[in-house]
Structures are given as structure tokens and as C-alpha cells.
Design a protein. Sequence first.
Length: 192
Amino acid sequence: MLKIKEAVIVEGRYDKLKLSNILDTLIIETNGFGIYKDKEKIEFIRRLANERGIIILTDSDHSGFQIRHFLSSGISKDKIKHIYIPDIFGKEKRKDKPSKEGKLGVEGMSEELLLELLENAQVSSTESNNDNPVTNFDMFDFGFSGTPNAKQNKKKLLKALDLPEFLSTNSLLSYINSSMSRDDFIDLVNKL
């Protein structure tokens, strides 16, 4: 698994699932054109770009380029790395028929090809400096998931970290483990 500094921006959940198998980083999905109306997510992506840089990895169809252009227009060019997948025609395994343009998306690419594209883009590979990461069990133990007040507790945590409400628990964990130590997290939780 490749651990990288930059956050990766993809179109949908299947793209995110595919990349989660090969990357150890924060992966944010735009929900396709849903990003146009999601001001909170746009601001979060801008913040990530300024804090750590972002990689935009959208499909190579017309829609993917529209989303890429929309995201790029509001972010400093030196904070973005663009990775373009090649035009490969076919259909994803989960779909009954090919896309409108007949091209495979990010989810249809092989893991080997995606890793090669990332290496060619010279992403910022990092060594894990967090030997004792915060886990899903910790999130449960501290009452941020799987407990009666988890939703309210998680909302407080997101607010304390100045993060948007849409973050899933797994994305929140990824952010925490790439931004702070376990001890810093426990100190923050105790203050809440």
C-alpha cells in the first residue's frame, strides 16, 4: 500500500473503493456533479489543497473533465496534481453496459496501472510516522461510532477539527491519523 501526503479527489464511491485498496491517504469523492452544489465539500477540498496538496483523479470522459476543471478553477495550480487515466474502452464489471462514451473509469483500471500513474505523477510518498494509529475500535470506545450518542459526539469532533459534517467515520479516521498523533487525538477528545 502506497502512503501519500496529498488527498485524492475522485468522482464516486467505486473509485474511492478501488483506490482504498492501494493508497493510504484521505480520499474524497465528489459525488459526480453533486460537487457543484456542495459548498462545504468545495471549501474542504480547498483547505486540503492548502494543507497537503490534492490529486485530482477523475474519469477520462467528458463528465470527468468537467468536474476536474470545476475543482481546478478555484485552487492554486501549485497545490494540485492531475492524474489522467488512459482511454481504455470497455465496461466495468459491476455495470450491465458500457458508459455513454464507452470508456472505463477509475474503478475499471487495474491496480498496477493506477500505481504506475501515481508514480509517474511523482506523488509525495511518506513513511508512516504513526505507529499507534487511532482505530475504528477507538472511535467506538470514545463514543464516535456505534453508540447511542455517536452522531452528536462525532458532530462535536468534526466541529472541533473544523471538518465538514459529510465525512464518514473512515474518512475521519484517515484524516486524524494523517494529521495528528494518537496522544494528540486523546487530548482533543478529553477536552471535548
